[in-house]
Design a protein around this ligand. Structure first.
Ligand SMILES: [Zn+2]
Length: 331
């Protein structure tokens, strides 16, 4: 990635953009400084995967590396609070006013961290002026003998805003998912799902049909089917896109050739996000700058991408309108 200029376009412009972050795994967002402080000998410096030229060998390789750095930290709701506080402050400094973040059901399952308290801790970490929505991400085979009790119970957690479908898309989708998604929707909570990252258009279609989602995390492989692009556009399905994540996982060859260009041009509403910064070494402003310098996105296009996040935010219309007026000052 080319170094961005310290001032002028695009750095100053990107810094002035009001932003959202709606595809963020809280475990994958753990600031490195916290892990380093916890155990400086085991975590002396950021992982090699922060190198701009680094590529993961596979999704399994990515998960393995992520768990190695995330699991030592996330052992209690208080640890979620500490991490989320710093994550949100870092995002606020980048002009972010609205965040959707998820925690992994696997941490609840394997480390016995309580779900309702975790959702509450993440909410409590939101600084003044920032709205945060909290999701529980459940992997395809995450409905086990041990986890089924809390997966069924999550509809009763006041501080949980919704659920997400996480993890390796190639693992078969199980019977629990349409039923649990229906229950969560009926409880007035929000649903979204990862799709179209590792699997293609058929899986994106299936997720929309079977889980009833209008928000897809990634979804970038939808570009392989022009008919699907039309359906996404017509039905107002939103894709929460993470360019650097896609490049480092081999989903896209480069930022210059990233599918976001074709998705945006086809009228599919997309947002720009970071996914798992502890694995990718990325920042939200860095994503926008890369789209400007390497992706060929104009100021007007970057403004539209940033606006998209506010237009889909789970907030009262009055709040949305107030945020959108901020764009009048962007030049
Ligand atoms: Zn993700």
């Amino acid at each position: 990635m080319a170094p961005a200029p310290a001032s002028g376009y695009p750095a100053e412009f990107v810094a002035s953009l009001p932003k959202t972050e709606t595809h963020l795994h809280i475990e994958g967002a753990l600031p490195w400084r916290l892990l380093h402080r916890l155990d400086p000998r085991q975590f002396p410096h950021p992982p090699k995967s922060w190198d701009p030229d680094f590529r993961f060998r596979s999704f399994a390789h990515f998960e393995e590396e992520l768990f190695a750095v995330a699991l030592p930290w996330f052992t209690s709701p208080e640890r979620y609070y500490e991490a989320a506080s710093e994550v949100f402050q870092d995002l606020a400094a980048q002009g972010v006013r609205y965040v959707e973040t998820s925690f992994a059901s696997g941490v609840l399952e394997f480390l016995d961290v309580p779900g309702p308290e975790t959702a509450e801790a993440i909410h409590r970490a939101a600084p003044p002026g920032m709205e945060v929505r909290v999701f529980m991400g459940i992997h395809h085979n995450g409905y086990t003998e041990k986890s089924r009790r809390f997966v069924e119970d999550c509809v009763n957690w006041d501080q949980l805003d919704g659920i997400d479908l996480h993890g390796d898309e190639t693992i078969p989708l199980e019977d629990w998912s349409p039923r649990v998604y229906e229950q969560v929707r009926a409880a007035g909570k929000f649903v979204k799902a990862h799709a179209g990252e590792l699997c293609g258009p058929d899986f994106v279609r299936r997720i929309i049909a079977e889980l009833g989602v209008t928000r897809i995390e990634h979804g970038v492989r939808s570009v392989e089917d022009p008919e699907l692009l039309r359906e996404l556009q017509e039905n107002g399905i939103v894709l929460d896109v993470c360019p650097t994540s896609n490049v480092k996982l081999g989903v896209a060859p480069s930022i210059a050739e990233h599918p976001l260009r074709r998705l945006h041009d086809a009228g599919v509403r997309c947002t720009v996000n970071t996914d798992d910064p502890i694995s990718f070494g990325n920042t939200l402003t860095g994503e926008y700058i890369a789209l400007a310098t390497e992706g060929g996105f104009s100021r007007a296009e970057l403004i539209q991408l940033a606006r998209n996040g506010f237009e889909i935010a789970m907030v009262p219309e009055k709040q949305r309108a107030a945020w959108l007026t901020l764009f009048e000052e962007v030049r």
